[in-house]
Design a protein around this ligand. Structure first.
Ligand code: FNR
Length: 182
């Protein structure tokens, strides 16, 4: 049986490198993973006052998330942390209290940057939220993708060692999901 994986992308930019990496991972994924991008750019800023009568896009997002067995988070780094759009999506999905749409789904984190440091800050700030959400986050391999700007020609990943790493990463994630899915 295949496992349904929600792919969450922390950049809203059209030509996002993070989205390109997410797409590469989807192409490399073993057939046991059925991966689908779940968009977050339509979500207004979370306001707890709306819990009683949530905007329809919140309900759609929460209901959509509940269809999945696991989550792959792909994020850029903004000011050494998680972009607000991604944090907002995490917050929206986590409420109302006690009804988190993230469930305790197994997940993994990939951080992406054209810079040199691999977006470590975003990767680990995101992991902090995942602890509270009780989502088992794959520990190894860690994915800090640096210098990504020179590794794509259009949507095609041209760096063979990065490609081999992404293959290993997504294969490991399939094992992780199988171990933690109910
Ligand atoms: C950035 N960028 C950035 N990069 C990084 O490695 N560490 C950082 O802390 C930051 N901070 C930061 C803040 C803000 C507000 C912006 C807009 C950008 C650069 C960032 O990595 C670059 O814009 C990437 O291209 C963003 O990812 P996507 O959109 O290509 O997926």
């Amino acid at each position: 049986a295949s496992r349904k994986i929600a792919v969450i992308i922390g950049s809203l930019r059209k030509e996002s490198f993070t989205r390109k990496v997410a797409r590469s991972l989807m192409l490399l994924a073993p057939p046991t993973l059925d991966m689908e991008i779940v968009e977050i750019g339509q979500l207004p800023l979370y306001n707890q006052d709306d819990d009683a009568a949530p905007p329809p896009v919140y309900t759609e997002f929460r209901d959509k998330l509940k269809e999945f067995d696991g989550v792959l988070f792909c994020t850029p780094e903004y000011n050494r942390s998680v972009p607000a759009a991604l944090k907002n999506a995490i917050d929206v999905g986590s409420r109302p209290y006690g009804q988190s749409a993230w469930g305790s789904k197994p997940c993994a984190v990939v951080s992406v940057t054209p810079g040199a440091l691999g977006a470590f800050g975003a990767n680990h700030h995101l992991r902090q939220s995942l602890v509270f959400l009780n989502m088992p986050a794959m520990q190894q391999p860690e994915a800090y993708l640096a210098n990504i700007g020179s590794q794509y020609e259009g949507d095609k990943l041209t760096n063979d060692s990065t490609k081999a790493f992404l293959q290993k990463f997504i294969d490991s994630f399939a094992v992780w999901v199988e171990r933690h899915a109910d």
